[in-house]
Ligand binder design. Sequence first.
Ligand SMILES: Nc1ncnc2c1ncn2[C@@H]1O[C@H](COP(=O)(O)OP(=O)(O)OP(=O)(O)O)[C@@H](O)[C@H]1O
Length: 684
Amino acid sequence: MIEDVKIIVSNDVIKRMTALPAAVQTKALEFMLKFQTDPRSPGINYETIQGAKDKNFRSVRVDQNYRGIIFRAPKDNVFIWLHIDQHDDAYSWATRRTMSVNPVNGALTLTNVGFVESTVQRTAAPRASQPEPCYGACSDRDLMALGVPEAMLPAVRTIRSEGDLDAMQDELPVEAYEGLFLLLAGDALSGILASRETRVDRPIDTEDFATAAERDESRSRFYVVEGENDLQEILSAPLEQWRVFLHPTQRRLATRSLNGPSRILGGAGTGKTVLAMHRAKHLASSLIGAEGSSGRKLLFTTFTTNLALDIEDGLRSICSPEQLKRIEVINLDALVFRLLKAQRYEHEIAFDYEARCAPIWDAVMVDFDSALGVSREFVREEFEQVVLARGLETRDAYREAPRRGRGVILSRKKRDALWELFENYRLQLSAKGLKEPDDAYRDACAILAKEAEPRYAHALIDETQDFGPQALRLIRALVAPGANDLMFVGDGHQRIYAKNKASMSSCGIDIRGRARKLYLNYRTTEEIRRAAVSLLEGIEIDDLDGGSDEITRYKSLMHGPAPERIQGASMEAIRDGVLEFIRQCLRENADNTIGVMAPTIKLRDQLAKQIRESGLKVATVNHRERLSRKDARIFAMTLHRAKGLEFDAVAIVVNRELDESLRKLVYVGMTRAKRMARMYTGLT
Ligand SMILES: Nc1ncnc2c1ncn2[C@@H]1O[C@H](COP(=O)(O)OP(=O)(O)OP(=O)(O)O)[C@@H](O)[C@H]1O
């Protein structure tokens, strides 16, 4: 590579590369090598394209049939490889498009001018009683600030409904599509720009393609080649887009310095884990050779064990060995277990409530007096949500404790009676050498408080919605307050351990001014997303910090068939239906992965057995297992285990009433599906 030349490749080329016939792929890689070494080499013959709308487009020969389309900027030796296809298709593609720099947000944009012309023509004749254009109140500058390329403005001006906007999605930069749908949802332009932190207040040199390429907006679709080998690596392996092309908000949040703890919310599949992984990489590189960090690492923690394993795999695919050495990925329970064990903690942490604690709780509850006027379930919830969550240790503390959200007022007498049960339970647990996890977290916090140095330089926390107050306090104690200390990502819609509801600010974590959102769903089709969201209707969702969150502003980038919901089938009919669904998915593509999910282990095993008996290979997903290591396409799991995973298709079987907690579980399960989903309810 040579210093004074900038080489850029579009995501379109990278995507198309893997779909090319093998022989063409080899030729394309050979061309890339030549191009990367010196795009001005006399060995590369740039052909002018007759009739091209952009006079800087050229075609280059990849092999006898295939042509690459290159944009050569008028100055500064910037070369952008935009497209690759068979000769005629490549030429026809090139004649319809132009490259430019957005004069307001400074992003590199590629516009399909052919599409703009045909859209304007098609909509020119007024239709009877058609709605007003959606963006009549926005100036051209407003629309360009959102990311609409100047040449796309006439097409965007024709949009009169959400459907019109969706039909334009493929032709718009991702941030423009997102901005336009947020406007339709009722957000103010200033609010959208502020939360994205897009600069629209500086003069933009629209001839300066080199500078434009470095902006976060451009990097969501253009890759700037940096080293000798990186592009070779990217092009020769099937590329997962997320490794290279981030949404501008993902990139900004991954790389910017934040003056304290931050919280990123986003519905299922909006790329929160991806953002956190890129931030881990970014912060880890700043730890390399950093003075004064005393060798402290970055902690990446999650709630579920399986997700931690997947994250480890993901990080390995984007980080250098040096960066990896500075990152520790571990689920919080495992971290606490290790921390306490190293201190010769004399209790075992009872992570499995049902097996270890429930019998002791039940024995203590023999003394429960129903004259107290509360249910047995209420007592357990009171213990979890007030006593454990607040870490109350004395009767006096319980007497004084605020019980917001508990619904029932308890007199002092009743509290004292309940405290006796709670105290007795803790004593009995302790006598058996056990501690509830929340109490163990609190003990771990006390140990950390005595240490001179915080254990980690930074922490990234995934699945924040499932961490309770004691866990959050512990996380706070693991890292010293300061710049880039903590980043939490999560989604209240996916809270499936209801007892773990916490407000970050009451745990000493102040995110004011550093709370952001991701809106675009990269995983699920819009049809599946909508079906999943409809399950949550009427359920109040929190923002992990005592406020509320809503789900109306999310959107998926893909479309597909609506999920089927089948009510009231017998187990035999379900078995046949699930098998038929699996076969259909595998017929479409033998490489498709399929998740079969149920609320209980018993039902999961029953379904797995039936699938196996039909001659198909199915793997069961258990605690602490990496999906990637399993030799199967079909996976059976409980809905709890499905968290954080993804499959091409998902079949869910539910054998009990869809109450609030089950609806949330099914929401999590269904949003694991990339393209197809089917759900059975009301087993007869
Ligand atoms: N910038 C991106 N470009 C392309 N794909 C992306 C991008 N960001 C995320 N994805 C893909 O979208 C899917 C969801 O991403 P991710 O798991 O990070 O979402 P999430 O918000 O953590 O989801 P959930 O909360 O449902 O577990 C993954 O397949 C990921 O590879």
